[in-house]
Write a protein that binds this ligand. Sequence first.
Ligand code: 2BA
Length: 108
Amino acid sequence: MKLILAIVNNDDSAIAASALTEAGYFVTKLSTTGGFLMVGNTTLLIGTEDTETENVIEILSKYCKTRKQATPSTASFGNGLSNESLPPEVTVGGAAIFVMNVEKDIKI
Ligand code: 2BA
């Protein structure tokens, strides 16, 4: 079994989660914050069989789009970077995906 962790844009998260659920996958949505931009994004957790991994990635690819995002002035908050050292905009997404092995999957 695998745990797929996908960090996606907030604007894509609802449709991506719906498409995954409709395809029969179990999905958990977490509200998260990117460490660089310091703005909200969404992390989707999907626990599934090894053989389903590529299909999940395909669905995420379909609904999670790459976009340019302006670097907000708050991006350096707390990390000691000056605004001048940050690029004016960055390319974000479609999704940062991590696939992990699951030792046990227990539901009580
Ligand atoms: P953020 O950390 O807010 O990063 C937003 C975008 O800023 C990134 O897009 C990338 O284009 C740029 N960026 C991030 N860190 C950078 C750095 N140290 N130097 C220069 N540019 C940097 P994505 O790569 O598509 O990442 C989107 C979001 O996914 C990230 O938001 C973060 O929340 C997550 N993420 C991406 N890669 C990750 C990783 N290896 N580990 C943990 N989280 C990751």
